[in-house]
Unconditional design. Sequence first.
Length: 71
Amino acid sequence: MAEFGKLLVVVGAILLILGAVFLLAGKLPWIGRLPGDITIRGKNVTFYFPLATSLILSLILSLILWLIGKK
């Protein structure tokens, strides 16, 4: 039962961090507008793929999960 409690604390901390990121994302103009993010504008269509932003977020999350799993 103690392991389950630790798991809940970790999941809660991750949700807290994600919530803070979502709150701050609108105030940080560079999130989603990094060099390497792909934007293609046509007459009636806009295609946006945040490649660089996705890579950076993936690296940060991988580092956090690695640190959590390291014990």
